[in-house]
Design a protein around this ligand. Sequence first.
Ligand SMILES: [Zn+2]
Length: 316
Amino acid sequence: MVYVIDGHIDTATAILRQFRLFSERSDRNHVDLPRMKEGKVQAALFAIYPAMSRYNLINGLDIWFKLVDDPKNELMHIKKVSDFDKAKKEGKIGAVLHFEGAGGIDSEFQILRLAYRLGLRTMGISWSNINNYATGMLFQGPQVDRGLTLEGKNLVKESQKLGITIDASHLNEPSFWDLMDITEKPIFASHSNARAIGPHQRNLKDDQIKAIYDSKGTIGINFCASFLDKEMRINPDPIDLPLEIFKEHIDHIVEHADINTVAMGSDYDGATVPECMFDCSTFPKLFDYLSDTYSKDDLEKIGSKNLMRVFSDTWK
Ligand SMILES: [Zn+2]
């Protein structure tokens, strides 16, 4: 049985937009309590998305705590690494508070420090946009050749001092390399794939994969069909990709880094995913398929242990 810590889901936002209940099984989108249990998802990084303005942060935090605090939802807010086990023992699903982008944080980092006290443990510096701190991989138009600003470098330092893991997914290449230059802690890309397999610009080039490996970080396999696909076919067409494509991305990361670098970052509730992995209840199917190639130990690393190691090395 392989348990999963999913490195990226947009469920908090999706639930609100769709007026569905997290505690009840739905046939819409990808994540709810019954389906997480079925998929052996022991915890996930529930993103506040996109955390690009003060309003989005405050509104997102309000939604996030309504979701996590409702006893019907059987969630536990994860603030330290031992909480993962505690949640599992209590039959609850762990929820890590994640900011997808730092654009809503003030330049004196007051919100950052308050958010840490509220339980923020992981954060991207920019979503796919430009903010005071960094530049994202833009989804449209030409890319911008601008890396981390001075404030961005200070934000990384302050976050790592507090015990917040920095997420490199969504950064453009100059921002990525500036981050890797200054980081003193492991960096994870919560939801990005291998560009050598899937040419989408949100995926990581081989030298980026190697740099994350050098930092002792992880790369979470993103289930977004257009990021997986070799031809980058665009959402929202339902795309019939085989399970093999997941293995190709994983194999490539193992080859260019190692088994300790691979994690899960489905992007469920925020992306269009292949039919074979239609929601979070399907994780056992993927691990079953991978068990022809990978040992149980390896699969446990990919499922949860690698991410837990990164959190052990970056949280206080
Ligand atoms: Zn994202």
